[in-house]
Ligand binder design. Structure first.
Ligand SMILES: Cc1ncc(COP(=O)(O)O)c(C=O)c1O
Length: 439
């Protein structure tokens, strides 16, 4: 079946969700995720038998955590990298390292994972939820609030579009604010030849299971600033930093304690796995990006849907969850039903974005006594704010996990056919409703 004929003409055939024949037979498997890199097993075995499973354990030889830090710094083009146990902790220590006043406001996009806002609270600051740009789903200087000026801006690269960090920095710096880049969803993405994470004062990453660079659970902060890098080390290792030189029989960490830290250390298994997965990240990006370009071409035949637009300065994509926006969604149609219909056609999970943070059931700072003063401020700050673009995208887009893009041209043809088929059904439903309304 050629890609061109597979897409079909968008006829309204019975949907699989209603008992029709699915676009793709469920016996045809989709790519799996995660894909272990060829060298992963060897490195994990090395950790297992070396007897040094944590950076705070005694032992000799190079720590994988140090190896990953050096390689990831080189990969992103930043001078320093401090690995962490999660992306959320990366955000917490990045914000803590700035030494902002307690309760200072931090701009956070309304359309992102809840950890972006909870990390702000955990750092003793208050998130100010901000609407996003309609084309990219990210913050821009124009979307920032006029009435509260934030001390920091969390520039999240959402789904697979990048926020314009240079423009945000140009806006923020003269006003004394700092831009922290959240590149959890975008390791390897490029902005005018520079890697995501290296554009802000600090760049944060997640290596959670679902992410393009994963070791199960993990994270990292990168920065060019040596003072921030030293603080970050202490903040994630209970106030300890690496000794300048390791000594046999002694811990590599020493109690420097210029700032009180927590234990957010990446363990040695995670670090070894991250080293192995980093080796294949760009190869995987190449496959995903080629397939994404094909899908974009195939979807051009279905005018009711669109992919997010990337800024012209973004010259390298790092796919995470690919949004397909259904602009032609008939009034009253729930995007969850569209996702369900696509899932049934494809035998692959298609899902809507999570609720935007202003109505997320996961963001409940008031449920923790320790956060009470910050939670109160949060509530007051958010009275009478609205987020029309975040609302629109979260109720008109469905997301496809990047593993779908690790496959073949036929997989892209199936995706496009399923979108065309479901869109045709929606069109028919819309026409029926319009004519019912006239009669
Ligand atoms: C944009 C963003 N920031 C932060 C995080 C938190 O990372 P983790 O789940 O590793 O704590 C995520 C995870 O989904 C994310 O998508």
């Amino acid at each position: 079946m050629s890609v061109a004929t597979a897409v079909g003409g968008g006829r309204a055939e019975p949907l699989a969700v209603d008992g029709g024949t699915p676009v793709r037979h469920h016996s045809r498997a989709w790519p799996r995720w995660p894909v272990p890199a060829a060298g992963a097993e060897h490195l994990l075995n090395e950790v297992l038998h070396r007897g040094r499973w944590a950076i705070s354990g005694p032992g000799e030889g190079e720590l994988f955590e140090r190896r990953f830090a050096a390689r990831f710094a080189e990969y992103t083009g930043a001078r320093h990298c401090v690995p962490t146990d999660h992306g959320s902790s990366a955000l917490v220590i990045a914000l803590e390292s700035l030494g902002l006043e307690q309760g200072a406001p931090v701009a956070v996009p309304a359309l992102t994972w809840v950890a972006c806002a909870t990390a702000v609270f955990r750092a003793g600051l208050v998130p100010v939820l901000v609407d996003v740009d309609e084309h990219t789903g990210c913050l821009t200087p124009q979307t920032l609030p006029m009435d509260v000026f934030p001390a920091a801006i969390l520039a999240v690269h959402w789904a697979c579009a990048m926020a314009d960090v240079p423009a945000l920095t140009e806006f923020a710096e003269p006003r004394g604010a700092v831009v922290v880049e959240d590149a959890a969803q975008a390791p390897g993405a490029l902005w005018q030849g520079r890697r995501a994470g290296s554009l802000g004062r600090l760049g944060c990453f997640s290596m959670h299971h679902a992410k393009a660079l994963t070791c199960g659970e993990g994270g990292a902060v990168v920065t060019d600033d040596p003072v921030l890098a030293m603080r970050l080390e202490e903040l994630r290792a209970d106030s300890r930093r690496y000794r300048p030189e390791s000594r046999p029989g002694m811990l590599d960490l020493t109690e420097t304690a210029s700032v009180m830290g927590s234990n957010f250390c990446l363990n040695e298994f995670g670090a070894a796995l991250a080293c192995a997965q980093l080796e294949v990240l760009d190869e995987q990006h190449t496959v995903r990006n080629r397939n994404y370009a094909l899908l974009a071409t195939l979807l051009a035949g279905t005018p009711e849907v669109r992919l997010l637009r990337h800024a012209p300065q973004q010259d390298g994509l790092a796919l995470y969850e690919v949004p397909v926006v259904f602009d032609g969604l008939p009034r009253g149609t729930d995007i969850a039903s569209v996702a369900e219909a696509l899932t049934a056609e494809l035998g692959f999970p298609v899902y809507p974005p999570r609720a935007p943070l202003h109505r997320s059931s996961l963001l409940r700072p008031g449920s923790k006594a320790a956060l009470a003063p910050l939670a109160e401020r949060f509530e007051v700050l958010h009275r009478d704010r609205s987020y029309p673009v975040a609302e629109y995208l979260s109720t008109h887009a469905v997301l496809l996990h990047h593993r779908a893009f690790l496959g073949t041209e036929e997989d892209m043809a199936d995706l496009a056919s399923a979108v065309a088929k479901v869109t045709a059904a929606l069109r028919t439903r819309g026409q029926r409703r319009a004519s019912d309304g006239r009669n």
